[in-house]
Write a protein that binds this ligand. Structure first.
Ligand code: NAD
Ligand code: AHE
Ligand code: ZN
Length: 679
């Protein structure tokens, strides 16, 4: 079913009771019963979701086995899922029908008076926690029933059902192209393991780590500890079958406590690191293991993090001296992630290929009637995560993006990416610099698009312009697109440096020969920003543009053709009036069939009729620039004066057209943009 058909179907069911299948846990320790239930429409602040996939977490089993002090029956379990919004209740604004979401058991209300949401150190928003514990929605009632009998909600998710209802504040909207059969894992276990490392413990490079329990959660801890740069990671499990994957994900050594003779696991591990380990993690839920983990933390400063959930009545114990001696005992709920804000970022991280969920999916079942097989799989000891596909999603054609290279650079990362451009019908490359944020919940960085000149690729300005010091100083992301499509096998594509490859002129070609591939205007102004905004941690609503030479022309026309879109604009030695130059005429005749048609891509021409918000244009121009006759800064000056458009045109004595010129003034330009972007 196409998305539009699905939306039409959702319009039919909105506001009505939906009868669908769900896996009901009628009582503890019994197989789940797949039967037809009724799901009420969402009330105020609620969202009804059609579930695509649900992975089984140990906590579902723990509750089904009757170990959860909050466990209520009958209920619908499941809390690691993806789905699509079917309908929303009154007042819901953050999601709408058709959005792809992950229901999260830790909500995020984001209210100004929520001391938890406002505190960067915790994710424990308590807004609806009491209702979740009682198995009901925030109005105190359930949305599930069968033949008039109420069925309880579970952890605010209840995703072992074809349809469920959750609070809006529990609904993380994710990239619409995300693989829903995979991303469900980010609803609990894997996010929790990663977050325990990155958020709760902030594992330092060169540290030592022990992980007890190598299920999905423990393996995610191993994977993240490796990413954090730990030098020695030990995995401990009673089931040696888990060791191969643990080693693949980063464990240096794995130990089975039943296979070390008479030695206790504690003595065994202290035999390797005499004073203990910098970080230890419990991912078993066993309180004896929790004690060992704490006592294995390094004397003086080691931290032990409890992730496992212990059965009702079980308590942790140790001699207080263990803490007196400097060990820290801590824990995590959902890895500390602020769900609605950060789960979409985890999805994007997976989609960028910076980390993987693939190794965790050991079992995949199709159809809700297979739900008990997922439980058998988890009990078998062979399973990491069993994903149950509850409804199949129509295949979506996701943008294919790969990372060519990634480097740490000026307190951030610079990444070169490849992707298939639909508007240019070919593979394109771009680079992006993303500065670190001081705190991970700080505002996302605004974006500056830097368009390069003739013959350049995305690489020239990246390595020669000296932008990174300034971008890092202000906390600005910078995108460097390529200057044209390449390798399209168009006759004459590489014959000259002013036209074809390396010379796309930021226009949408209309001539037969070029129109299939050379659509740089739409690429720069639509396709690429959409891709960047959905994949990278940037604020795509706060954007500026600049460029050099042909890129200066691209920046000026993008600003003038999209009033209000950019917060600022600037250019270094821009081509200002291309319809009046030989190389511009040749380019427009080639791409558009006439010079006249080129006027819609000529800054001087566009300024004559521009009536949007007037941003001050900053332009630097070297007086020793050999190309000045093709640039025509004087025409820009003249038209701006005529139409009263603010222009700061600075002639820089004796500078030429090169990157020596660009690098000299890039700092002023980035400062100009940073101010406009509120940095
Ligand atoms: P899992 O059942 O897949 O894995 C648990 C692993 O621990 C298994 O490999 C098992 O062999 C091993 N194990 C059991 N007892 C052990 C012992 N005494 N010594 C060493 N290894 C032992 O479970 P999971 O889904 O990975 O979840 C792990 C724990 O984390 C569970 O208790 C779960 O409820 C909890 N959990 C907590 C959070 C949170 O936010 N705090 C989130 C998700 C899961
Ligand atoms: N209901 C149990 C608490 C269970 C528990 O600790 N849950 C974890 C998530 S487990 C996910 O698989 C958690 O994060 N809890 C925080 C919270 O607010 O529930 C009990 O002991 O009452
Ligand atoms: Zn879970």
């Amino acid at each position: 079913m196409e998305k539009s058909d699905l939306l039409a179907q959702f319009k039919q069911t909105a506001g009505k009771v939906i009868k669908c299948r769900a896996a009901v846990a009628w009582e503890p320790k019994k197989p789940l019963d797949v039967c037809e239930i009724e799901v009420q429409p969402p009330k105020k602040g609620e969202v009804r979701i059609k579930i695509f996939a649900n992975a089984l977490c140990h906590t579902d089993i723990y509750t089904l086995d009757g170990h959860d002090p909050e466990g209520l029956f009958p209920c619908i379990l499941g809390h690691e899922a993806t789905g699509i919004v079917e309908s929303v209740g009154e007042g819901v604004t953050s999601v709408q029908p058709g959005d792809i979401v992950i229901p999260c058991y830790t909500p995020e209300c984001r209210e100004h008076d929520c001391v938890f949401c406002q505190n960067p150190n915790t994710n424990l928003c308590p807004k609806i926690r009491a209702f979740q514990g009682k198995g009901v929605m925030p109005d105190g009632t359930s949305r599930f029933s069968k033949d008039g009998k109420t069925i309880y909600h579970f952890m605010g998710c209840s995703s072992f059902s074809e349809y469920t209802v959750v609070a809006e504040i529990s609904c993380a909207k994710i990239n619409p192209y995300a693989d829903v059969n995979k991303m469900c894992l980010l609803g609990c276990g894997i996010s929790t393991g990663w977050g325990a490392v990155f958020n709760n413990c902030k594992v330092k490079p060169n540290s030592t780590v022990v992980v007890f329990g190598l299920g999905a959660v423990g393996l995610a801890v191993v994977q993240a500890a490796k990413e954090a740069g730990a030098r020695f990671i030990v995995g401990v499990d009673l089931n040696s079958n888990k060791f191969e994957l643990a080693k693949k994900l980063g464990a240096h050594e794995c130990v089975n406590p039943t296979q070390i003779g008479d030695k206790s696991i504690k003595d065994y591990l202290l035999g390797i690191e005499k004073w203990g380990y910098d970080y230890t993690f419990d991912c078993t839920g066993n309180v004896k293991v929790m004690r060992d983990a704490l006592e294995l933390a390094h004397r003086g400063f080691g931290e032990s993090c409890i992730i496992g959930v212990a059965a009702a009545g079980h308590e942790i114990a140790t001699r207080p001296f263990q803490l007196v001696a400097g060990r820290v005992w801590k824990g995590t709920a959902f890895g500390g992630w602020k769900s609605r804000t950060e789960v979409p970022q985890l999805v994007a991280k997976v989609m960028r290929g910076e980390t993987t969920l693939d190794p965790y999916i050991s079992h995949f079942f199709k159809g809700i009637e297979k739900v008990n097989e997922t439980i058998d799989a988890l009990h078998s000891g062979e399973c990491i995560r069993a994903v149950l596909q509850i409804s199949e999603r129509e295949p979506v054609e996701a943008p294919k993006v790969t990372t060519v290279s990634s480097h740490r650079h000026f307190n951030g990362y610079v990444k070169r990416m490849k992707h298939f451009s639909k508007v240019n019908n070919c593979e394109m490359q771009f680079s992006i610099y993303i500065p670190d944020r001081k705190g991970r919940t700080d505002k996302l960085p605004p974006v500056l698009y830097y368009l390069s000149g003739l013959t350049c690729t995305d690489e020239n300005a990246l390595v020669k312009s000296g932008y990174a010091y300034f971008a890092s100083k202000y906390g600005l992301a910078v995108v460097f697109p390529d200057t044209s499509p390449r390798g399209c096998n168009i006759e004459g594509e590489t014959d000259t440096w002013t036209f074809g490859a390396g010379a796309g002129w930021y226009v949408n070609a209309t001539t037969d020969k070029w129109k299939k591939n050379y659509n740089m205007y739409t690429y720069i102004n639509e396709e690429l920003p959409e891709l960047i905004n959905s994949l990278f941690p940037v604020d795509g609503t706060n954007v500026s543009i600049m460029g050099h030479s042909m890129g200066g022309h691209g920046a000026l026309i993008s600003y003038l053709k999209n009033p209000g879109k950019f917060k600022s604009v600037s250019a270094l030695a821009p081509i200002c009036n291309p319809t009046e130059t030989e190389m511009g005429k040749k380019a427009f005749e080639g791409y558009l069939g006439s010079v006249e048609a080129g006027k819609q891509y000529d800054a001087v021409e566009l300024l004559k009729t521009y009536n949007g918000p007037k941003l001050p244009i900053l332009v630097d121009q070297g007086t020793a620039d050999n190309f000045i006759k093709d640039l025509k800064p004087e025409a820009l000056d003249e038209v701006c004066a005529k139409v009263n458009h603010p222009l700061k045109l600075r002639y820089q004595p004796n500078y030429d057209h090169s990157y020596f010129f660009v690098a000299t003034f890039i700092g002023d330009h980035i400062e100009h943009h940073a101010k406009a972007l509120g940095l």
